[in-house]
Design a binder for this molecule. Structure first.
Ligand SMILES: *Cc1c(COP(=O)(O)O)cnc(C)c1O
Length: 396
């Protein structure tokens, strides 16, 4: 069997007769014409036995769904207009009034906001758990719990959880486990082998790779679960555009090389930053001493992969305004959200405001800055960091 990385390039695709180009075409449609009424009635959008309407898929989106399902080691895929829409689609499909949702305290922020907003308004409660303590998750699962999100590593603070143990707790309690696999991108580890029932990803990040497309995916191995997600998807009207699907299809063949290059550069910079006096801690799950390093090693392997992403906790003597000035001074690292694109990005975060004090998942002093490493020459990125650090130290 070929590896998913190879399947991203050599996936079965039938071009129109007589036109054998390797890149699939861009099909765009709202309306799809049926040959007759019988055909119109026979086609079933749910089972993909034909094309019915643009919202339910085109050859371009079906192909992207197949490739993402292969990448994630799954069977079925639903595409949605953003990574956050993937999270929302899962929540809305699986949770009803009176149910409870469990989120890791370091979950992707807007997922918490959705739970605190619409889900709460609709009578769906939630609790936050400490992802580094499977016993904490286990203690919080009750009769109302219907869904648990897991993320490896957690957003911004980068703690790598014991993912398999968290999934085993869910399974033992009969609760569905959904993984946000944006960081792993389907390359660093197999989310289903780790025990997840649903593997979602922001294709916006590495699979797009350009910083120019928003898209999300929800992959499953269970047809019934897929149909449940797909029904909600259909009722919400979340289609994706043909040109956007084609942009992701065009980027997929280079996904593995880009991921590895960004990983290598990020580790080099993270190691270098670890030796700087301005820095109290570098949070990168593949660097020993980072929270969850052993869990990363167990899941991804000692020679395993990691996304080109890390956070730095500055020494406590630097005030927030000084760290802001450091970020402003960077020239190649641009101030901006998201990651996985060619341009390196930086964002300072106020972590205490983002974490639950009672859980104690964040107790450090010092301002945290998240770096996303792009595809620039690593020496240039290091020089950029160096000049901004020198200025920071000069002002302290
Ligand atoms: C970016 C991101 C998302 C959301 O993706 P969008 O396409 O920006 O909505 C979800 N989860 C994680 C972990 C992310 O980093």
């Amino acid at each position: 069997m070929t590896k998913p990385v190879t399947e991203l390039i050599h996936h079965p695709y039938l071009p129109p007769a007589g036109f054998h180009a390797p890149q699939p075409g861009v099909y765009k449609a709202s309306t799809v014409i049926f040959p007759n009424v019988a055909a119109m009635r026979a086609r079933d959008w749910k089972h993909k036995n034909g094309y019915t309407y643009g919202l339910h898929g085109t050859p371009t989106t079906f192909l992207l769904e197949e490739r993402i399902a292969a990448l994630e080691h799954g069977e079925q895929c639903v595409l949605v207009p953003s990574g956050l829409a993937a999270i929302a689609n899962v929540d809305l499909a699986l949770l009803h009034a009176g149910d409870e949702l469990l989120l890791p305290d370091n979950v992707y922020g807007p997922s918490k906001a959705l739970a605190n907003g619409e889900l709460k308004n609709w009578g769906i409660t939630h609790q936050l758990y400490d992802p580094m303590k499977p016993a904490d998750l286990e203690a919080r699962i009750g009769p109302k719990t219907k869904l648990v999100w897991v993320e490896a590593p957690g957003s911004v603070t980068m703690e790598f959880p014991p993912l398999g143990e968290l999934a085993r707790v869910c399974k033992a309690k009969g609760v569905l486990c959904a993984l946000d696999n944006t960081w792993g991108a389907g390359l660093a580890f197999d989310g289903f082998a780790a025990g997840a029932d649903i593997v979602a990803q922001a294709l916006t990040k590495y699979p797009s790779g350009g910083g120019d497309v928003l898209m999300g995916s929800i992959v499953t191995r269970d047809q019934e679960l897929h149909e449940q997600l797909k029904l909600t998807h259909m009722r919400l009207g979340w289609g994706v555009a043909g040109n956007d699907a084609e942009a992701v299809l065009r980027s997929l063949p280079s996904l593995d090389v880009r991921y590895r290059a960004q990983d290598r550069a990020a580790r080099e910079l993270a190691r270098w930053l670890r030796g700087r006096v301005e820095v109290a801690q570098v949070l990168h799950p593949a660097l020993s001493g980072s929270p969850g390093y052993e869990n990363w090693k167990a899941l991804c392997g000692i020679d395993g992969l990691a996304a080109g992403l890390f956070s730095v906790v500055f020494d406590g003597r630097f005030q927030a305004a000084q760290v802001d000035a450091f970020c402003d001074r960077l020239k190649l690292f641009k101030l901006g959200y998201s990651w996985g694109g060619p341009i390196s990005l930086v964002v300072p975060y106020d972590i205490p405001a983002m974490r639950t004090a009672q859980l104690g998942t964040w107790t450090q002093p010092g301002i945290l800055v998240r770096f996303s490493v792009g595809l620039e020459a690593v020496e240039d990125l290091r020089a950029d960091l160096e000049q901004a650090l020198e200025a920071l130290r000069g002002k302290s």
